[in-house]
Design a protein around this ligand. Structure first.
Ligand code: CA
Length: 483
């Protein structure tokens, strides 16, 4: 039996308590609140004696913070001292964005063309790319959207703007080749309505205009050769850290996530903000139960109201599907000691660090503000990652249970909550934040380490996910109807 020291004295564990799970530090009567992170994560539905294992079924979830009663910009953090002189080697683009990789991108308007484009990409990689050594990769933006959808419904705006922003990504130098089928609802002119140079002749290949599969592939290969020769002339230049747009996400979280990796990422987020960069956090259903901690930190009441607008939209979206935020937690989260979504959310928002919330973006909108930004996305790893690609040029992913997640378009830095995971997955995890739990490092030390690592990765150092070529499929969020 373990003995735990608590400010009020010693507590002896009454039973075996698995690693990362909770122990009651004092007697808790039925209906009394149970606190973690100083917040209520539930009310005891039975007496819980000190030293007991506190489990999901012993807690009744509190109602989520009421959205009409939140404090707006009441405790705006003062700006922290700027960090000067931090740089990385990036690719500058004519539109003012900065790439972290030099990639030839092929945008697609509809899923129907995906296998043909993927066939062409295999040929480009073996037959053409080796002649252009300054280009890192060829990536096709394939997806499940584009036709069979109510394209004029309000929800359609989300996947359409997401795909437009991904197609013009900084790592593509803002200029993709476009492959269209011909008869699809998402016509190239609709996908790129405001971007006429992309629609120039020769830059859009319509498969229904070609004579047979051989000609389709030849047309793509010919266009690829031309674009690759342009991209091959790009060179990395020294860029300020403020050119970074870092997306933060957690996946497969456990009860250590909120005390090790997420606070360390939050510390690194503060450093990035101090260096002038943009840091996005997302995952609405993992913010909902901690929103009362964030609206006071909003730079203005308007920013706080924007955050509340996104929470309300998602409440209604879930309610329409007869679900609520409790549908978020997975069997792995619970095995890892997270009793419910409230506890998960309180740990998740630690990624957002301690600076003022500067702006809020809706699903799929491009983030343009510097500083800390909430970019609304679902919490689903592959959908959140896809949505964040609309803006980010580097991704940080924290995990407790472990996921070999990766993205083709930007480097993904993976941070583990526990040393045991970092050791078991020594060839997948980039940074071990479990050292915070074992006392080998502080949150500040891991945060600084991650900050420097991010700058190196932005400048070309490969992450484990890139080393193995791990890239999850793109899954744009589509809240609109399918026909
Ligand atoms: Ca996630």
């Amino acid at each position: 039996m373990a003995i735990i020291v608590n400010p009020e004295g010693f507590v002896t564990a009454r039973e075996h308590i698995p690693q990362a799970h909770k122990l009651a530090l004092s007697d808790i009567a039925a209906k009394e609140p149970v606190l973690r992170y100083g917040s209520v994560i539930g009310h005891a539905n039975r007496p819980i004696p000190a030293g007991s294992w506190v489990r999901e079924e012993m807690l009744d979830m509190p109602v989520p913070p009421p959205l009409d009663e939140l404090p707006l910009a009441t405790a705006v953090p003062a700006p922290q001292p700027p960090l000067e002189g931090y740089t990385f080697e990036g690719y500058r683009n004519p539109d003012g964005s900065t790439g972290t990789r030099n990639v030839f991108g092929i945008a697609t308007t509809v899923q129907c063309v995906a296998p043909t484009v993927e066939y062409a990409v295999r040929r480009i990689k073996t037959e053409i790319l080796p002649r252009f050594p300054n280009v890192d990769d060829v990536v096709a933006i394939t997806h499940s959207y584009g036709c069979g959808v109510a394209i004029d419904a309000p929800g359609a705006a989300v996947p359409i703007r997401t795909l437009q922003h991904i197609a013009t990504h900084a790592n593509f130098a803002g200029r993709p080749l476009v492959v269209s089928l011909g008869c699809e609802k998402l016509q190239p002119a609709r996908l790129f309505s405001s971007d006429l140079p992309i629609l120039e002749s020769g830059n859009v290949i319509r498969l229904q205009d070609e004579r047979g599969f051989g000609e389709m592939v030849s047309a793509i290969l010919e266009a690829a050769e031309k674009r690759l020769s342009q991209l091959d002339r790009r060179r990395r230049q020294t860029c300020p850290a403020s050119d970074l747009v870092v997306g933060l996400q957690c996946g497969g979280s456990d009860a250590f996530s909120g005390v090790t990796c997420n606070p360390a990422v939050g510390y690194a987020a503060d450093l990035l903000v101090r260096a002038g960069a943009t840091v996005m956090f997302s995952e609405v259903s993992e913010v909902r139960d901690a929103v009362h901690l964030l609206t006071p930190r909003a730079q203005t009441p308007g920013v706080a109201r924007d955050l509340i607008r996104e929470m309300r939209w998602y409440d209604e979206y879930l309610a329409a599907g007869r679900a609520d935020r409790s549908a978020n937690t997975t069997p792995g989260n619970k095995r890892g000691g997270l009793a419910n979504i409230v506890e998960k959310a309180l740990g998740s928002v630690a990624k957002a660090g301690s600076t003022a919330l500067r702006a809020v973006a809706s699903h799929g909108e491009k983030v343009t503000a510097n500083g800390l930004v909430f970019a609304a996305t679902p919490a689903s790893d592959f959908i959140c990652g896809t949505q964040q690609l609309a803006s980010m040029n580097l991704h940080v992913f924290t995990t407790g249970e472990g996921s070999p997640y990766g993205l083709a378009l930007v480097p993904v830095v993976k941070v583990s909550s526990r040393t045991a995971l970092a050791e078991k997955w020594h060839d997948l995890i980039d940074i071990d934040a479990g050292r915070i739990a074992t006392g080998q490092a502080t949150i500040e030390e891991v945060g600084w380490h991650l900050f420097h690592f991010i700058l190196e990765v932005a400048g070309g150092r490969k992450t484990w996910a890139e080393h193995w070529g791990l890239a999850n499929a793109l899954s744009p969020f589509n809240p609109g109807p399918v026909t």
